[in-house]
Design a binder for this molecule. Structure first.
Ligand code: ADP
Ligand code: ARG
Length: 339
């Protein structure tokens, strides 16, 4: 049955872990919001090049469909059975990763958050999406000092696509993976971007998760970006209740983001490593780094500008992610200089 559902060549983890028997066992189940296995795996079916191929429609999906989610999560995150995720947002004092600004163009740290009680992006109705947006707008309006800013609804924007280095990072309609998962439904209704007046804090509302909260620096100062993000989170947490699970940490629509839901990264120009990809890939493996293209996930590297970030999100603290990233970047810069 699953062989017929997924393309024969699909590398997706969902294809590996959803056996025909398991498919039969889970196909008639539903969460209280009506999320089904069919909805969870539609993106993996329609996109044979998916690497994971499954999304959660709500917090309950991780329990109802746990026989398929659990092995995928354990394999993707190297997360052993019986462990529980622990969060620690203590800011380490790290020196700038590239003090002379020779390689690093900018730093961005984001976390994904979803509000307790609302369906996740693949399942939420338009009315719930708008209601949730209102709740979040009110919470963000209470951010003070350098965190204070404005909310821009995507509905009012003529052309939401913006170049990567513009001051406000705006998201567009999701890619074909998100589209097949149902994440684009009603776009751009209920979506928007909050930005602080200094453009260093931004919040994407109703992209792949309810919130993508991000802190940006035009330097390599990871600690400064992390501290700002921590302050914003502590303030928002006084008004918003985020979905959290004692095993999987912060719950997200895609299982790849579970745990810290954090991606801390830099845009870094590595001309020599660009021409020596085997060295770059070896170092990335060794330091648990993820390499993305210049304009984000599944995009190309332009003019040797890589997006280098943490590969681990679950079973590791936020503090440790930042420390590891700092070490990894130092190793990349050293290799670049030695080549
Ligand atoms: P996410 O990080 O939310 O999973 P993407 O990989 O698509 O998703 O990145 C989101 C956006 O952030 C993209 O437009 C990407 O170019 C931008 N971005 C990522 N890292 C940086 C950085 N260090 N500096 C500036 N912009 C960045
Ligand atoms: N669903 C896609 C896949 O399986 C993307 C997974 C990770 N990316 C994400 N934005 N959630 O390849």
């Amino acid at each position: 049955m699953t062989a017929a559902l997924f393309s024969e060549t699909s590398p997706a983890l969902v294809k590996k872990h959803l056996s025909p028997d398991l498919y039969q066992q889970l196909r008639h189940l539903k969460t209280r919001s009506g999320f089904t296995l069919e909805k969870a795996i539609r993106s993996g079916i329609r996109n044979p090049d998916s690497s994971i191929g499954i999304y959660a429609g709500d917090a309950e999906s991780y329990q109802v469909f746990s026989p398929v989610f659990d092995p995928i999560i354990r394999e993707y995150h190297h997360f052993p059975k019986g462990t529980a995720h622990v969060s620690d947002f203590t800011a380490p004092d790290l020196p700038p990763a590239d003090p002379d600004g020779k390689y690093i163009l900018s730093t961005r740290i984001r976390v994904a958050r979803n509000l307790k009680g609302y369906e996740f992006s693949p399942q939420i109705s338009l009315s719930h999406r708008k209601e949730m947006e209102e709740t979040v707008i009110k919470a963000m309006a209470t951010l003070k000092g350098d965190l204070g800013g404005e909310y821009m609804s995507l509905k009012n924007m003529e052309n939401p696509a913006q170049p990567v280095n513009s001051d406000i990072l705006v998201f567009t309609k999701g890619d074909r993976f998100q589209d097949a998962a149902g994440i684009n439904s009603g776009f751009p209704e209920g979506r928007g971007v909050f930005y602080s007046l200094d453009r260093r804090l931004m919040v994407w509302v109703n992209e792949e998760d309810h919130l993508r909260i991000m802190s940006l620096e035009k330097t390599s100062d990871l600690s400064a970006a992390f501290k700002r993000l921590g302050r914003a989170l502590r303030s928002l947490e006084t008004r918003l209740d985020f979905a959290w699970d004692k095993t999987y940490g912060y719950l997200t629509s895609c299982p790849t983001n579970l745990g810290t839901a954090m991606r801390a990264g830099v845009h870094i120009r590595l001309g020599k490593l660009d021409r020596n990809r085997e060295i770059l890939n070896r170092l990335a493996r060794e330091y648990h780094l993820q390499i993305r293209g210049t304009r984000g996930e599944k995009t190309k590297v332009q003019e040797a500008v890589f997006d280098i970030s943490n590969a681990q999100r679950l079973g590791i603290t936020e503090t440790a992610i930042l420390q590891n990233l700092h070490k990894g970047i130092a190793a990349l810069i050293k290799a670049e200089e030695h080549l």
